[in-house]
Design a binder for this molecule. Structure first.
Ligand SMILES: NC(=O)c1ccc[n+]([C@@H]2O[C@H](COP(=O)([O-])OP(=O)(O)OC[C@H]3O[C@@H](n4cnc5c(N)ncnc54)[C@H](O)[C@@H]3O)[C@@H](O)[C@H]2O)c1
Ligand SMILES: [Zn+2]
Length: 343
């Protein structure tokens, strides 16, 4: 087990990486804890939940909504959960987002921790304290920023994770490498998904490295006024096409990262879009999609990250070095149009 401690603005968060699920009993008292998970994880890992108070929600992004929050709250009341209760989200990003959000509002705030069970939630969603729900087509429209007291990683939980969910997680890993870590990018170019699925040590190292990249960025800018925006690389366009064309999150941001790389070529003389595309392909991600720039821009403009008629777009100066550039919306429309016609 590898123990790390991160101090964000509030209390410290302790990370137990490469640990065992059973260690949870040392972190929380079974009588004063409620685990929240989803039906897929509960079904695949039923034994782990023995003896724990557990709330099981439906699986899938469409359940990351207020109705699920209401149902979890009713069950907590029924169970007699109070301020001494710790909530533990055991799941992917949907579960950790819902858990962190409920923990922020139930009785004005309970302590909480996460046991992420997907690659994506291990390297991304469970870190950084942003927790929230979707409202209609708007992702993460309502939520809080509040840090968990602990994170526990048990990589054996990934045995039941479907292949396409591994691929989704690798989209965020490639994102981290592209904005912050050129050496990691080269490692990813050299290896393939199977390398990490088979080699537990390589996987543990990879996840840890990504946890550190995200945590360092968040620690420097918890409330997203500066560098935390780098984590949105591929996400501005990604979120818009994810909703419009029903792509998975990994697929959508993969296409978004390619578009952002192409825009970087126009604006910053970036010259390595080919490498970005090749590594995404290698990990099973799509690189290009047909989309209507006008329609996409309409959704992007309503995204909460927009600032008036200018959008903060994350671009690459070179591999491993992301930068945030304000781009006027009308210029962006032209850039997106030229990307589509260039193909
Ligand atoms: N809070 C943040 O900072 C942040 C960052 C990134 C993403 N997110 C959110 O995270 C969500 C995406 O996370 P995700 O990809 O983990 O999605 P998810 O929670 O929907 O999980 C993906 C699928 O994998 C299944 N699953 C997860 N772990 C499993 C396991 N061990 N065995 C079997 N099945 C398993 C789930 O049931 C689900 O069907 C999105 O809602 C996104 O907005 C939040
Ligand atoms: Zn993402």
């Amino acid at each position: 087990m590898k123990k790390l401690q991160y101090q964000f603005s509030g209390k410290p968060t302790t990370y137990y990486l490469d640990a065992d699920f059973g260690y949870l009993e040392k972190l929380v008292d079974k009588d004063h804890a409620v685990l929240i998970t989803d039906e897929h994880i509960f079904k695949g890992q039923q034994k782990r939940f023995g003896g724990w108070n557990t709330i099981v929600i439906h699986a899938g992004e469409e359940y990351k909504v207020q109705a699920t929050v209401d149902s979890v709250i009713s069950q907590l009341i029924e169970m007699g959960a109070d301020r001494q209760t710790t909530l533990v989200g055991v799941g992917g990003g949907v579960v950790t987002d819902i858990t962190g959000y409920v923990a922020a509002i139930y009785m004005r705030g309970l302590s909480f921790g996460f046991v992420p069970t997907s690659v994506l939630s291990m390297v991304d969603a469970a870190i950084g304290g942003k927790n929230g729900i979707d409202v209609g087509v708007y992702k993460n429209m309502v939520g809080t920023i509040r840090q968990p007291s602990f994170l526990l990683h048990d990589y054996s939980l990934l045995k039941t994770l479907p292949k396409e969910e591994w691929v989704n997680g690798f989209a965020e890993i490639i994102k981290h490498a592209a904005i912050r870590d050129a050496a990691l990018f080269r490692e990813l170019e050299k290896n393939k998904l199977g390398t990490y699925q088979k080699d537990k040590t390589a996987l543990a190292r990879l996840i840890r490295r990504n946890v550190v990249i995200k945590s360092d960025i968040v620690r420097q800018d918890e409330f997203e006024r500066g560098d935390r925006r780098l984590l949105n690389f591929g996400h501005t366009l990604g979120h818009a096409i994810e909703n419009l064309y029903e792509l998975s999150h990994g697929q959508a941001i993969s296409i978004g990262m390619v578009a952002a790389s192409m825009i970087s070529e126009e604006i910053l003389d970036f010259r390595e879009t080919d490498r970005v595309m090749a590594v995404l392909k290698k990990y099973g991600l799509p690189t290009l999609a047909e989309f209507d720039p006008k329609e996409v821009l309409n959704v992007m403009r309503r995204d909460k990250k927009k600032v008036k008629e200018t959008m903060n777009y994350v671009l690459l100066k070179k591999l491993g070095q992301g930068v945030v550039k304000p781009i006027p919306v009308n210029e962006l429309e032209k850039l997106l149009q030229s990307i589509i016609t260039a193909r």
